[in-house]
Design a protein around this ligand. Structure first.
Ligand code: G3H
Ligand code: ZN
Length: 273
């Protein structure tokens, strides 16, 4: 199955599309294994934070692309939360078919200008662009579900920037380790009616499964999940190390984490489909 563009996945998905963050090679392997078990397309995404962790984009991007090309289901590889234009250009050069350019920390006019510029550059190269309006909180680790994207501003933003998908603030917050986020489902429906491109839910780790299903029914399309997978990975590794205190070979416990992530991805893709 070839590496595909995220646009192909979102266009053909009957319901929600799972987009999961890759930090280590094992995340990419686990996400693809979980998607294969669910027989569902999936998005691997690499954030600017993950790039910072590795010190460069290329090693983790090239590894993710290789895992995607070998998958038995369609897989897209996407750059997530890039605030740096140079990183966007590097991602495209490496072969990523889509990027999120996150100018949401800027004021709205500056956000529009910077994003429109990135969109023009990417569209010349056939690359799909996601952007964000109405900052989804929690990127600094502080739970902040308060922001809301206004439908008329979202429609205006999409028209002025030409983005292919829009991340909106509807009650979720990044990096939650409990599943008790409350989403504004009426607002999701209003945004879906107002905006002609797919809507993206960030900070989905804190959203209960039933609410994820409802969010998709109300018009959310791309569902971004990172922290929940890290939690599954770390809990599994911790459990293994606790019960095998003399283990030395890192493959013995990393494999357990990888398997746990794969199981969660299968479960979540079934929730979203
Ligand atoms: O862009 C990535 C997502 O918004 C992940 O958020 O770690 O809260 O699931 P999360
Ligand atoms: Zn996010």
């Amino acid at each position: 199955m070839p590496l595909v563009g995220i646009g192909d996945i979102t266009r053909h998905a009957p319901a929600g599309v799972g987009a999961f963050n890759v930090i280590l090679l094992e995340h990419a392997e686990a996400i693809v294994a979980g998607a294969e078990a669910a027989d569902t397309p999936v998005v691997l995404q690499i954030s600017e934070n993950a790039v910072r962790y590795h010190g460069a984009l290329a090693p983790i991007a090239v590894a993710s692309l290789a895992v995607a090309r070998a998958a038995a289901v369609p897989v897209a590889v996407h750059l997530d939360h890039a605030t740096d234009r140079a990183l966007v250009e590097e991602a495209v050069t490496l072969g990523l078919g889509s990027v999120m350019f996150d100018a949401s920390a800027l004021d709205d006019e500056a956000n529009v200008a910077a994003t429109a510029d990135v969109v023009a550059w990417c569209h010349e190269r056939g690359v799909w662009v996601e952007a964000e309006l109405g900052e989804v909180g929690g990127k600094d680790g502080v739970h902040a579900p308060g922001a809301r994207t206004k439908p008329h501003e979202a429609a205006d933003y999409v028209a002025r920037t030409g983005v292919d998908a829009l991340a909106v603030a509807v009650g979720s917050s990044h990096a939650m380790t409990t599943k008790d986020a409350v989403l504004d489902l009426d607002l999701i429906a209003e945004l879906h009616a107002a905006v002609p491109v797919p809507l993206v839910l960030h900070g989905s780790s804190g959203v209960p499964d039933d609410t994820l299903r409802a969010a998709v029914r109300h018009g959310m399309k791309k569902i971004n999940i990172a922290t929940h997978l890290n939690k599954a990975f770390t809990e599994a590794v911790r459990g293994h190390l606790d019960t095998h205190p003399s283990v030395v070979d890192s493959r013995a416990y990393v494999r357990v984490g990888r398997d746990a992530v794969a199981r969660e991805v299968t479960h979540l893709l079934n929730v979203l489909s």
